[in-house]
Design a protein around this ligand. Structure first.
Ligand SMILES: [Zn+2]
Length: 142
């Protein structure tokens, strides 16, 4: 095979990162590195192997925990919005899925859900009941 040279694999030691074209070399390096670290931390090679396995497991679990954390944060954010009395257009968009640009357009045409505004041009605030009432009234029979 003429192009076999282009598919040379590279193996690297997970501990020191040294790479080699031979898997056995990388494996031997890993064993040497494990022993070196065990000596460094005055652990038996067996205990060191368990430590390394635990570290590897933790690295594997991290993305799963990160995903769970993100999901929980999103749920917490939505729950916090549900408990707020007044919502900004962006919060309405986040909680009810009505794009805030749509709310802006409706308002500029004198329509859309009832809202509160402390002064002209100030922050627009919506109450849950007004959003729900508007959406309920907007029911369409197909
Ligand atoms: Zn190594």
């Amino acid at each position: 095979m003429a192009d076999q040279a282009s598919v040379i694999k590279v193996f690297s030691c997970p501990l020191c990162g040294r790479s080699s074209n031979h898997e056995e070399d990388a494996q031997r390096c890993y064993e040497r590195c494990t022993q070196a670290r065990a000596a460094e931390q005055s652990q038996t090679p067996d205990a060191m192997a368990r430590t390394l396995l635990r570290e590897e497991l933790q690295r594997g679990l991290e993305p799963i925990f990160d995903g769970l954390r993100t999901g929980m944060e999103q749920v917490a954010e939505l729950e916090a919005l549900k408990r707020k009395e007044f919502l900004t257009s962006k919060e309405v968009a986040r909680l009810y899925g009505i794009p805030y640009a749509t709310l802006d357009t409706l308002r500029s045409r004198g329509g859309g859900p009832a809202y509160h505004q402390v002064h002209r041009g100030g922050t627009v605030l919506y109450r849950h009941e007004d959003i729900r009432e508007y959406v309920t009234r907007a029911r369409v029979r197909g």
